[in-house]
Design a protein around this ligand. Structure first.
Ligand SMILES: [Zn+2]
Length: 115
């Protein structure tokens, strides 16, 4: 995978995590417009993990890998966010989900040497 594609994947992932935290904060903490302090902190953390992820080239989008490099307390928080926002993000952002599926699929095909 070339670096341009890797960069696009990184941007997609940043956008996805931002949306998920926004949905979570709005739904769980009744915050609109901006994020509450906790969620802002989580988002800054998640962004820094994604920016520094050494596996961005090889991993599939939304893989568990990203959760493993989180500190234990942040891992608990992001899991909550994923559980809450995961099903909802399909309603708000169907295009993002289609992209996710395509990314996962093409990674799978590559793994088996096809396409
Ligand atoms: Zn919040």
């Amino acid at each position: 995978m070339n670096s341009e594609k890797t960069e696009r994947k990184r941007q997609d992932e940043l956008q996805a995590v931002t949306r998920m935290i926004e949905i979570y904060c709005r739904g769980k903490h009744s915050h609109t417009g901006s994020l509450c302090k906790d969620c802002q902190e989580l988002m800054n953390y998640a962004h820094s993990r994604i920016q520094n992820c050494p596996f961005m080239k090889t991993k599939t989008f939304c893989s568990n890998c990203k959760v493993h490099c989180y500190s234990p307390d942040m891992r608990i928080k992001i899991k909550e966010v994923m559980k809450f926002s995961g099903p909802r993000i399909m309603l708000y952002h169907p295009i993002m989900c289609i992209k996710h599926v395509l990314t996962s699929l093409s990674a799978k095909f590559k793994k088996y040497g096809g396409l």
